[in-house]
Every structure is written in C-alpha cells, then in structure tokens.
Design a protein around this ligand. Structure first.
Ligand SMILES: [Fe+2]
Length: 181
C-alpha cells in the first residue's frame, strides 16, 4: 500500500532515477494526450524571422485550439512596438536588455515578469542601446492601432503562424512540427 502524502518543504531530489509513477488511465493518456514540446534556441529549430525594420521573432509554439502563440521578440536596438490592445492575456519575461510601456512607470530588465490582461492597450518601447529580448506566451488577438487610433492590424495565432511559415517557405527552411501543438 502506498504511503500517505506528507507535507514536505521541497520534493524529493536525492536520486537521478526515472520512477514508474502509478497511473489510473494509461490507455486514455496514450491515446489522447498531446506530447510536450522542446524547441532549441538554435536557429535550426526556429529561425529569427524579421519583424519590421529592426526586430525579429523566434516562434516557439502555435496552439490553434486556444489561439495561443509563444515566441521570443528581439528588438535589436532602441525601438517601438506600436500601440496595441489585447483581447486575451499575455505572460512575458525580459531575457536581455530592457523594455517598458509608455503607459506604466516600470522598467523590465532580465528576469522581470510581465502579465497583461484583456482590454489593456499600451505601447512597447526599448531605449536600451542593445534593445531587448522578450519571451512571450500570448492568448487571443492583439489589435494594433495607427497614431490616429485607427485599427490597422490584428495579430492572432494565424497571423504568427503565417509569419513563420511565409519566411520558411521563402528561404527553403522545413517547418518544425514541434511548433504546432
Ligand atoms: Fe502588450
């Protein structure tokens, strides 16, 4: 009989050993579960796809069921990503450089965590001489506006997928199936 679970200060981690974990529904999991993914930072797993004049995006994941897309945005020097409104949520972490929104008073540096919610509209800026790299996990469409406040572009999972696939097609790069959940 299994021992009852007890409160621990951290999980057991003494042994480098793969443990067979009890599972009530192995057949269902084998039939229906989606495998996890790994995308190496190397260009061969996902290239830097130009995004405007001075930025690039490394696509990491497209989940069409939930309109979720994940990527790293690399702004290569001082730059702006124009005012946009989120219709879903965003999880971001600054990996390199620094970045802020004109609308808020914080500055994100490496390791800083950013969470954005539906309805927020804001303007992304990096003043760092080397720009920034931002990891993002985004759900739902982002609406982009021109300086007069006119809606000019909607970016959702299909826009990001097209951004990736168009570049790969143009450059003869095979699509990486790991990116498609
Ligand atoms: Fe945003």
């Amino acid at each position: 009989m299994n021992k009852p679970e007890v409160k621990m200060t951290a999980p057991p981690s003494q042994e480098r050993k793969i443990v067979n974990v009890p599972e009530l529904f192995p057949d269902l999991i084998a039939k229906h579960a989606h495998p996890g993914r790994f995308v190496h930072y190397d260009e061969k797993d996902s290239p830097w796809v130009p995004f405007g004049e001075n930025a690039a995006i490394k696509h990491l994941l497209f989940d069409t069921r939930h309109n979720i897309y994940s990527n790293i945005l690399w702004m290569k020097g001082p730059a702006v990503v124009g005012t946009h409104k989120h219709r879903g949520y965003v999880v971001m972490m600054c990996l390199e450089g620094s970045v802020h929104y004109l609308e808020y008073d914080w500055l994100a540096t490496p390791g800083c965590f950013i969470y954005e919610t539906p309805g927020e509209a804001h303007t992304l800026v990096t003043d760092h001489p080397e720009g920034c790299k931002l990891f993002g996990w985004m759900q739902g469409p982002n609406e982009f506006y021109d300086p007069e406040g006119n809606l000019v572009m909607t970016a959702d999972v299909w826009w990001f997928m097209d951004h990736y696939e168009s570049y790969c097609r143009e450059h003869g790069i095979p699509l990486n199936p790991e990116l498609y959940l």
